[in-house]
Design a protein around this ligand. Sequence first.
Ligand code: 0X9
Ligand code: ZN
Length: 299
Amino acid sequence: NMTWTSYHRLSDIYGYMNYLAVTYPSLVSLIDIGMSYEKRPLHVLRISNSSSPGTKPAIWIDGGIHAREWIAPAVASYFIQQLVEVPANAKLLTNVDWYIMPVMNPDGYEYSFVTDRLWRKTRSLTSSSNCRGVDPNRNFGYEWGGLGTSTDPCSEIYKGTKAFSEPETNATSNFILGKANHIKLYLTLHSYGQYALIPWGYNVSYPPDYNDMFALANKTVSKFVKYQFSVGNSADLLYAAAGGSDDWAKSVGIKYSYTFELADTGKYGFILPASQILPVSQDFFPALDVFATEVAICC
Ligand code: 0X9
Ligand code: ZN
C-alpha cells in the first residue's frame, strides 16, 4: 500500500508499480531492465496511452541513484501516481511517453533503511575488503574517471574499476540507449540543495545548445511556488564531477538532460522529514507539463 506521508521500503514501491501494471494494463507496463548486484530486479515503469508505445517522443525520469536521497524515489513514485491514477492529468500523456525508474540503486536504498541511513553508493564488493560500493554517479561512461572522482574504494565518490562496472548503471544505460531516438529529456532526481543542474558536469564547459537547456530549466522552476531552485551549469553551481548520468545522457544525444537536486537547502539535508514528501512533490508536478510541452515539439 502506497502513501506519500512516509518513506517506503523497496518492496512497497515495487509492489505499487506492479499493482499499477496489473490494474491499468493499457496504460502502464512494468519493464525489468536487469538485476542489481545483490540480485534485486531493476524496475522501470512505462506510462503510455499509445497503442504502439515507442512512437511518441519520451521523457525519462529516475530517482534513487544515491541511496540516502530518499526524497527522490518518493517524488518519482508520486509522479507515477499522478500520471496514472489522476484522470485530470491524462493530457500529459497526449504527446509523450514516460519512462520512470524510481529506484536505480535498490541495494543501496535497502541498505540505507536497514543498516546505514547515510549510505550513498551501490553495494558491490571492491578490491578493499573493508569498503563496499561504487558511486553510481561517477560510473557512467562519459569522461569517466575525470575530475571529482576517486580510485579509492573507500571513497564516497569511488568511480569503480571501469565505466559501467555496476550492473545498475550498465542496465540503465543499455535500456536508455535502446530508446535514445525517442527520449528527448533525461531527468535524474537527487537531493539536496534545490538546484536544476545543466551539463556538462565533468568540467566547467557548456554544450552548444546550453541556452535551450537553460531556458527550459528556468521555465520549469518558475512553476515552483514553495521551493525556489537555482538554475545553472553543474560544475559552476556545485563542483566538477565526471561520470554522472546527466553528462552521459547528454553525450548520447538526448537534448535535454538535467540533474534536479530536490529539497531542502541544508536544514535537514538527506534526512528530510516525511512531512515534506507531499509539498515537494506537489510543488514539482505542474512543471512536468512544461517538460512535456517542449519535448512534444523540440527535436
Ligand atoms: O555529486 C553528485 O553526484 C550530485 N550531487 S549529490 O549531492 N546528489 O551527490 C551532482 C551531480 C551533478 N552532475 C554531474 N556532476 N555530472
Ligand atoms: Zn545524489
